[in-house]
Design a protein around this ligand. Structure first.
Ligand SMILES: [Zn+2]
Length: 350
């Protein structure tokens, strides 16, 4: 039997000694067993990639059917995805098409990026970034540790970027990290991909004339999430604390919870005005306070519905069968995190 291990940062490759891989906590699959079950499907990562590849939402059924293998799906989707650039204001743009939404600030101090996308997008991202200006990439900020936001760290570091993140992002990228709801073990990132400048609560930068504020949410979507605010432009990247128009993934394995997501949404709402441009981690990349408010209200309503069912003694499957998300599914349930999966995520935290 041919044995592969999945290293999402370096593609899958054969290894000679399965016991060694097991010791390292590596996910191993035989090459004849590459069709992944739902639980082996990396929802957070694949969503954005699959969306971009098809220029439209994949239904969960389509997405799972196409999940021939986690790494190959992500890689193929991201590699085939065009990068779409939206120019916002004060030399800030958002780039869509490689995992999570990426922000870029240009100017004489060099390009400052918020999130790195997926490594296989390097050529297309390089091209999209070059179209914004000739200056080198000097800084990269990670909103949190997830693969679809930090997989490009390695090439961006080699291109000259200093990587900045919250303490827990460095911790998770430095260790073998299991995400239970993906049934997946991530290997430690290569040395250059590890953030070299970290902070606990707040951090500020002054680059290209912009005051850039980095703020830790506390436990939210993970335990490593930060917002990145460009004060003069009134633009904020809120990472995966906000999925615009789609149910979010919540990573309980590294400290996320439904209550943490709601607390982060409240913090986001308190920090913005009607003129603020909000960049969500996933979903339509240029957003606003009204859409953020709708996301927060959806989270609260579904949490309350699911909590009521759990208090009545319903099991998780019974709670899913009761369809506590029904009023929201037509709008929010059209993506990879389908109503049943989202109900299970909420149930875990109430
Ligand atoms: Zn994430």
């Amino acid at each position: 039997m041919e044995v592969w291990y999945f290293d999402v940062r370096r593609d899958r490759r054969p290894i000679g000694d399965p016991s060694l891989a097991e010791k390292r906590g590596v996910v191993m699959k035989s090459s004849s067993d590459l069709s992944l079950s739902r639980r082996r499907f990396c929802l957070c990562c694949v969503g954005g990639a699959a969306y971009a590849a098809t220029a439209g939402w994949l239904t969960p059924r389509q997405a799972f059917a196409e999940a021939r293998g986690l790494v190959s799906l992500i890689k193929d989707s991201a590699a085939a995805s065009p990068i779409t650039t939206y120019k916002l204001r004060n030399n800030i743009s958002v780039l869509e098409g490689s995992g999570g939404n990426i922000a870029a600030l240009t100017g004489p101090d060099g390009k400052v990026m918020v999130d790195a996308g997926i490594g296989v997008s390097r050529a297309r991202l390089t091209q999209a970034l070059a179209a914004l200006g000739a200056e080198p990439i000097t800084h990269l900020i990670n909103t949190h540790w997830h693969f679809d936001h930090a997989d490009g760290n390695e090439w961006l570091h080699s291109a000259g970027a200093k990587i900045i993140a919250q303490d827990n992002t460095r911790k998770h990228l430095s260790e073998i990290q299991r995400v239970e709801d993906w049934d997946y073990n991530f290997l430690p990132a290569a040395g250059g991909a590890i953030p070299s400048e970290v902070f606990a609560k707040d951090h500020s930068l002054k680059l290209n004339g912009a005051s850039i504020g980095l703020r830790y949410y506390g436990p939210a979507h993970t335990d490593s999430d930060i917002s990145v605010t460009f004060a003069e432009a009134n633009v904020v990247h809120v990472g995966d604390t906000f999925w615009n128009g789609i149910y979010p993934f919540i990573d309980y394995s590294t400290g996320g919870s439904i209550d943490g997501m709601i607390a982060a949404s409240d913090a986001n709402l308190a920090a913005v005005t009607n003129d603020t441009i909000i960049i969500p981690g996933h979903g339509r990349p240029v957003s606003n306070k009204a859409e953020l408010q709708a996301f927060r209200d959806m989270l609260v309503a579904i949490r309350d519905n699911v909590a009521r069912l759990k208090q009545q003694g319903r099991t998780r499957d019974e709670a899913v069968a009761a369809k506590p998300t029904a009023a929201f599914d037509a709008i929010w349930g059209q993506f990879v995190i389908d109503p049943g999966f989202f109900t299970r995520l909420v149930y875990e935290g109430v």
